[in-house]
Design a protein around this ligand. Sequence first.
Ligand SMILES: [Cu+2]
Length: 494
Amino acid sequence: MIARLYRLLAIGSVSIPLLACMNSAPTSTEQNATVPLGIDLGGSGPVIASPRAEPPAKAIAPVGGRAMTGPVFTRRRLLGAAAATSALTLAPSPLRSALVAPARAPLLSGTEFQLEIAAAPINITGRQRTATAVNGSVPAPILRWREGDTVTLAVTNRLSEPSSIHWHGILVPNPMDGVPGLTFAGIPPGETFVYRFPVHQSGTYWYHSHSGFQEQTSLYGPLVIDPKGGYAQPFDRDYVVMLSDWTDTSPETIVSNLKFQSDYYNFQQRTVGTFFDDVAKNGLAATVSDRLMWGQMRMSPTDILDVSGATYTYLLNGQPPARNWTALFRPGERVRLRFINGSTMSIFDVRVDGLPMSIVQADGNEVVPVMVDEFRIGVAETYDVIVQPTADRAYTIFVQSEDRTGYARETLAPRAGMEAAIPPMDPRPLRTMTDYGDGYAARFYVGHVQYGGRRRGEETRGCCRCRQCRRDADRAAKPSRRRVSLRPARTHLR
Ligand SMILES: [Cu+2]
């Protein structure tokens, strides 16, 4: 009874995404975003059983340096796909749940858009659940805009509760920002809100609901804006790679459990066994002192992500790993991959097994290209990379959760149906006191759907006043030659 009461109180009336966006951005317009798109703007394809016909989508105009040669999403293809999926809805239910047809998120480009938010059946884990879809699609359609245009988006809410769409990272007039209770009143059930604003920027971004838990239930989509002056880095193919996390558990239950017990979903706690392992390795005194220090801080070195792969299925363009979403290339082509982390609260390490990546854009901003083997992407961030596979073989795009409890993957291949080996996951990390010194602040803003927030007046370095943390804070305050790279905490150069 008390637990239930607490749960009701804990969920409260505050939109979780709203908290996250407010925490991470000082203004109503967020500056860190993610979105994909591309030549074959290969979207994603979830397992939605009953998509609706979309508003007409125009063929994608070529973008980037050289002419693009990949498939283009035309109205005819779109209608064909819609017809095929409509047929699916008529199938008997066993067939329906067995079919996990790799649909693709539709690509919508131009200046006028009609988006309809509605509940839709989805099946990621083998069990039918209800997602919050846009135009019947999960992820929501890829929107492709052009810098300098003025876009008009009529968003109709077919849910039984208020909804909204927030354009993450887009510089818009305040009333167009889409944050209920802050910049507008939200979209009541059955009503349409028309967003209209000039597009002053270019890059990869995304959009999502800012109401309740609709983002966790799949209301997120890629947003790609082509630059007026063309791309600085040429590429032949362009793909959106939207990352997300799905759970059959209701988001209300997850938040309630986490508020009740912050390590509710941590199934990797240290045990008596690891205590004796550490004694054998480090000695009794050091191990006891280590345990006392963590205990004093009421923290845990295994506290990596609040919710892990035990609860989440990690999706890439709406597809679980088994579905193997595939992006095509011809050997020698330059392939732009627009990574967007549209997950609720998962941090990922991304690599293309066997290929170096050139990072050319971060959160919609062009950067001097940086070659990396792997990069870390936090919630709501976007990174554009260019890879150039020269061999006639398949490559796995491998996306591990930070705590190594699960992964999403995609295949980059010269022909459909090919598959590359899936690498083993890296060893599970353990937090150290130093990580908390640097990472603690990040942890509290990074969750896009975060249930807390950095406490006011709290220092950004040093999680407490213990000796170790004060030492870390002192060290961090001094300039260090190691802190030179653009994003030292995220870009891992091997
Ligand atoms: Cu956002």
